[in-house]
Write a protein that binds this ligand. Structure first.
Ligand SMILES: NC(=O)c1ccc[n+]([C@@H]2O[C@H](COP(=O)([O-])OP(=O)(O)OC[C@H]3O[C@@H](n4cnc5c(N)ncnc54)[C@H](OP(=O)(O)O)[C@@H]3O)[C@@H](O)[C@H]2O)c1
Length: 337
């Protein structure tokens, strides 16, 4: 079952990346496919009123962030409890883990999945998943807050139903990809706890005691790869928050809620979609913090492909809409694209 879930997730990521890659090939024969996919991907300002069939309001973004917060919180709490109870880490075992890893040349930041893990390595990786889920929680909580309290979605802004469903897929698969190797074990552990609760009743349950130091300490001792990943994640997280605040402020002084303006400040000086660039940066942080896990790599590649595609569309829209649009701005990757 363990391998089944990992394989299923990887196959799902490949299945959603491939069409975007094919649609991005600059070939006249594939232009119909490009048109088809960009019709599904358009939203808000890039969507023409004539293509409003099978669309939902863009403020429905909040639906998948509500689901994402509930799902990520569930995965985080159950994986964290499992880590504390079934994979506790003493300082000695951490020390041993690092030493053994160093001697065997393992645990490199860009190494791919290894199937034969020692118990210590296994525990180490469970705690690494807890860290990744904590970062994801910070991301989805901020995005939920922004959809309600920061963005001022125009009542006429729509997105294709296909994009809406892709959002649900993404926020189910992304948090799960961060802990998929252990998710079946965590599921069994949680199921046992719930069955025990049902059979014994609340009063007969042994109290679940959590030593807060032991619940937090292992996270602080994970390793340099995780610290670097966290720093990169935070860098992207902070810039995305700033860029979203800039976008939201554009309509604050406007009479019309669907007026568009050329944004300036922060990474907007470099690219047209810095909030997408920031999203790519923060998922790159997750890849590094995961130790280069293949499933997290595939999740990252999807984010790059999906947002790269949307950013190209947005850049073309800005060039068409504003004659005085800064010519030194790139679409999403500064000085490259
Ligand atoms: N991980 C993923 O695969 C993924 C996929 C999609 C989105 N996201 C993330 O979700 C966040 C929001 O994405 P989004 O596509 O909704 O962003 P967006 O289309 O750029 O829109 C964000 C908000 O800003 C407004 N806005 C944009 N440009 C404006 C301008 N020039 N003048 C005035 N208002 C403007 C939009 O209005 P309109 O609605 O009227 O355009 C909308 O209300 C991004 O940071 C992105 O990274 C992630």
């Amino acid at each position: 079952m363990e391998l089944g879930l990992v394989t299923l997730l990887r196959a799902a990521w490949v299945a959603v990346i491939l069409p975007i890659v094919i649609a991005s090939i600059p070939s006249a024969k594939l232009s119909w496919f490009h048109q088809l996919l960009s019709g599904y991907a358009k939203r808000g300002k890039t969507m023409q009123p004539s293509s409003y069939k099978f669309t939902v309001p863009q403020r429905f973004f909040s639906h998948f962030y509500m689901m994402a917060v509930a799902w990520t919180t569930l995965l985080l709490l159950t994986t964290w409890l499992y880590a504390c109870k079934e994979a506790p880490m003493t300082s000695e075992s951490f020390h041993f883990s690092h030493l053994a890893s160093y001697l065997t040349g393992g645990s490199h930041v860009f190494s791919f999945h290894k199937s034969h893990l020692t118990p210590v390595e296994y525990r180490y990786r469970v705690w690494r998943s807890v860290l990744l889920l904590l970062l994801m929680e910070a991301q989805v909580l901020r995005r939920l807050f922004e959809t309600f309290y920061v963005f001022n979605y125009s009542p006429s802004a729509r997105m294709h139903i296909f994009g809406y469903l892709t959002g649900f897929f993404f926020y189910i698969a992304a948090p799960l990809s961060l802990c998929c190797t252990y998710a079946p074990e965590v599921f069994k552990f949680t199921l046992n706890l719930v069955s025990e609760f049902i059979v014994r009743g609340k009063n007969q349950m042994p109290a679940i005691e959590i030593d807060w130091l032991e619940a937090i300490n292992p996270l602080l001792k994970l390793g340099w790869g995780q610290w670097i990943g966290c720093a990169i994640f935070l860098w992207g997280w902070i810039h995305q928050r700033r860029c979203h605040a800039i976008l939201a402020s554009l309509r604050a002084h406007s009479e019309q809620v669907d007026d568009y303006v050329i944004p300036t400040g922060d990474w907007f000086e470099l690219v047209s979609s810095p909030h997408y660039l920031a999203e790519i940066v923060l998922y790159a942080g997750l890849v590094i913090a995961s130790g280069g896990d293949l499933t997290v790599w595939l999740l990252f590649l999807f984010v790059v492909a999906n947002l790269g595609f949307a950013a190209a569309e947005t850049h073309r829209w800005y060039l068409r809409k504003f004659e005085n649009y800064p010519t030194n701005r790139f679409a999403i990757i500064p000085f490259v694209y």
